[in-house]
Every structure is written in structure tokens, then in C-alpha cells.
Ligand binder design. Structure first.
Ligand code: NAD
Ligand code: DAU
Length: 339
């Protein structure tokens, strides 16, 4: 079996590649990644020593490049993680989100159709459903919840989902779509909340919390997400959407305080800053479909997952220090100074 993993030099894609190398000995894996600011070849260092793994640098939105790659490889499966993934960046610069997340997905779908891929899996997000009110803890996103996006990021992801599902209906391309809640774990880029807290707290720097820190996210350990995608590829029904999440809702301020307490750092590092524009209030996934149909359940509880994650950042300081000492510094200053 030959599998193409796009965006595999990023956070979830790299964890997925390691999951496959450990758990799917029959897979030959090709990673296609543009190595944007969020992609990092150092993340794939261990995989690059494995002869079942090949890395190719390229842009999913470059149709000629993608066509040649598919022509030269008979891919059985395509899993599309490649995306611009940060909501705050999408508010500043929407264009690149439309190019990569929509046009890029379209180019992969066309190549998959042309070269007869047996499964195209689109990695999507719970953000396509918009948000839920903070005072209605009885409400959850199901696969039937209407799409109702808030940010350019979520609108671009929803567009990609719709295209993917249209290729099933119109061309019978065997597709699946998964919509997952917030992930955390190793190799998470430090612009995102949890690695941002860990890396800044370790440097005794202030932790910017948007608004009052009362927005709720539903956190899932990244390995549980990787396992869910593998199960969908193995047994998921073509043309179907599967929600992935572990009923692990937390307010942002609770997450910040938990990490500070694990690191034994003072809460005085917390700094409340101007809220994100259009900030979604609450995400909460109902995972009963994937659980009922495929037998998936999350295995890592938040209290142990967050400790493992903090441990990873302590043991892999060079990985994140190289990032925060590079061009990330300019990004951080533009985004947060005078906020
Ligand atoms: P990430 O930003 O860490 O990684 C994205 C990767 O895609 C990077 O390696 C980047 O170089 C690559 N990439 C970007 N543009 C590309 C292009 N045009 N061509 C080829 N490669 C390109 O993102 P992530 O957090 O790992 O998210 C992966 C996927 O999962 C995304 O599709 C995202 O929407 C989705 N998702 C993320 C989360 C989360 O909590 N992080 C939750 C649900 C769904
Ligand atoms: O729900 C899935 C989504 O989760 C994915 O589709 C996205 O790719 C991923 O980035 C993530 O989006 P969020 O916007 O939820 O994640 P982020 O880490 O950016 O923010 C989490 C929460 O923390 C959110 O309510 C905003 C808040 N926040 C974030 C940052 C970066 C802060 O309070 N301060 C910050 O500095």
C-alpha cells in the first residue's frame, strides 16, 4: 500500500507519519510538504532514516507538480493534512488560506480522480460548524450540524470539505472527511495556545490570554486523532463525515493555569489582551458516530496527555528554541506587542 501524506512536516501530519511507521508495516509513505513557516524537516528526522518513508518538497496547489507526483507514484491512499492552519494568521492574510486550503485541495482531488486513488481522506476541523453558546453545555456538534463558519480559516476548510464531498457525489471518488477538535501533543508549533503557554512560561515570559479566557475548546491528544484517521481509512464508509473529539472541554484560562501549575510557574505571567476578532465561543464534538461505527474511543486523558506534552517540550528544547529564535520573533511582535 502506498500512501501520500500531505502536510506531513507539520504538527498532526508528522505525528500521523510516526503513527503509521509504528503501526502499519505494510505502508510505504510519501510525504508532500511545501515547508512553509509551519513545516519543519527536523520534525521528520527519525522518519527520514526509514526506508519505507520518502519526503518530497512541493506545493499542493501547484497542479503540474502534483500531477507529476501522482504519475510517478501509484498512490492507493491520499490523506490531506496540508493547510494554512492558524486562525489569527487567516484574519491578517486570508489569501494564502484560500489558495492552499481550497485550490490545493482541488488540485489533489483532480489528481486522485485522474490516477484512480482508492481513498482520499480530507482532514478537516470542528471549526466548520462555527461555535456553540457558552451557557448551553447540552449542545454538541454532530455530523448533521449545519456549516456556519466564522473566520477565513474555517471558511476555507469548509469549502475544501464541500469540494471533497462533491467529488464523491459527482465523480464517485472514494472520499472520507474527518472533523476534529483541538489537538495537542509533540511538535505543535508555538503560535498555538498550548505550546505558546509552555514555551513562554519556560522562558518566564507573559502568557497572552484573549478576552477573559472564558472561550472553550475540546482538547484531544494528537495520537488519538491519528488513530481515528487510520480507522476511518481502514473501515470508514465512502462519502461520509466523521467527527472526532474526546468530550474534553476546557476554558482557555483553565488550560493556562493547568500548564503553569505543572511547570511550577506563577499565575502572574498571565496577561489579558484584546480578544480575537470573531472569536468562536465554544467547540464541543459529539463523537458518537465514529465510536458506534468504527469503535474509536480516545485513549489519553487530558491530565496525562498534558503532562506528556510538557515533558516533550522539556526534552526537546532545541526543536522549539530554533523556531522561536527565527522569523517567529517578528510574527510574535506584530501579533502581540501593543495588543
Ligand atoms: P500545521 O500548520 O502544523 O501544518 C501544516 C503543514 O502543511 C506544514 O507542514 C506546512 O508546511 C504544510 N503546508 C502548508 N501549505 C502547504 C502547501 N501549499 N503545500 C504543501 N504543504 C503545505 O497544521 P496542523 O495543526 O498539523 O493541522 C493539520 C491539518 O489538520 C490541517 O488541515 C488543519 O486544518 C487540521 N486540523 C488541525 C487541528 C489542530 O488542532 N491543530 C484540529 C483539527 C483539524
Ligand atoms: O478546533 C480545531 C482547530 O483548533 C484547528 O482547526 C486549528 O487549525 C487549530 O489552530 C485550532 O484553532 P484554535 O483557534 O482553537 O486554536 P489556538 O491554539 O489558536 O487557540 C485556542 C484558544 O486559545 C482560542 O480560544 C484562542 C485562545 N488563544 C490563542 C492564542 C494563540 C489565546 O487566548 N491566546 C493566544 O495567544
Amino acid at each position: 500500500m502506498k500512501i501520500l501524506v500531505t502536510g506531513g512536516a507539520g504538527f498532526i501530519g508528522s505525528n500521523f507519519i510516526y503513527y503509521l511507521l509504528d503501526n502499519r508495516p505494510e505502508y510505504e509513505i510519501v510525504c508532500l510538504d511545501k515547508l512553509t513557516y509551519a513545516g519543519n524537516l527536523k520534525t521528520l528526522k527519525k522518519a527520514l532514516n526509514n526506508d519505507r518513508f520518502t519526503f518530497t518538497k512541493g506545493d499542493i496547489a501547484d497542479r503540474d507538480f502534483v500531477d507529476k507526483l501522482f504519475q510517478n507514484n501509484q498512490f492507493d491512499i491520499v490523506v490531506n493534512f496540508a493547510a494554512e492552519s492558524h486562525v489569527d494568521r487567516s484574519i491578517e492574510h486570508p489569501d494564502i488560506f484560500l489558495r492552499t486550503n481550497i485550490i490545493g485541495t482541488a488540485s489533489l482531488l483532480d489528481a486522485s480522480k485522474k490516477y484512480g486513488v482508492k481513498r482520499f481522506h480530507q482532514v478537516s476541523t470542528d471549526e466548520v460548524y462555527g461555535d456553540l453558546p457558552l451557557d448551553r453545555t447540552d449542545l454538541f456538534f454532530t455530523e448533521e450540524t449545519p456549516i456556519h463558519t466564522s473566520s477565513p480559516y474555517s471558511a476555507s476548510k469548509a469549502s475544501a470539505d464541500l469540494l471533497t464531498l462533491a467529488y464523491f457525489r459527482t465523480y464517485k471518488l472514494p472520499v472520507t472527511v474527518s472533523r476534529c477538535s483541538n489537538n495537542y501533543g509533540p511538535y505543535h508549533f508555538p503560535e498555538k495556545l498550548i505550546p505558546l503557554i509552555i514555551t513562554r512560561a519556560l522562558n518566564d515570559e507573559s502568557i497572552p490570554v484573549y478576552g477573559q479566557g472564558l472561550n472553550v475548546r475540546d482538547w484531544l491528544y494528537v495520537e488519538d486523532h491519528c488513530k481515528a484517521i487510520t480507522m476511518i481509512i481502514d473501515k470508514g464508509r465512502e462519502g461520509e463525515i466523521y467527527n472526532i473529539g474526546g468530550h474534553n472541554e476546557k476554558t482557555n484560562i483553565d488550560v493556562v493555569k493547568t500548564v503553569l501549575s505543572i511547570l511550577n510557574k506563577p499565575e502572574s505571567l498571565i496577561t489579558y489582551v484584546k480578544d480575537r476578532a470573531g472569536h468562536d465561543l465554544r467547540y464541543a464534538i459529539d463523537p458518537s458516530k465514529i465510536s458506534r461505527e468504527l469503535g474509536w474511543i480516545p485513549e489519553t486523558r487530558f491530565d496525562s496527555g498534558i503532562k506528556k506534552t510538557v515533558e516533550w517540550y522539556l526534552e526537546n528544547r532545541t526543536w522549539w528554541q530554533d523556531i522561536i529564535n527565527g522569523e517567529y520573533k517578528d510574527y510574535y511582535n506584530k501579533m502581540y506587542i501593543n495588543r
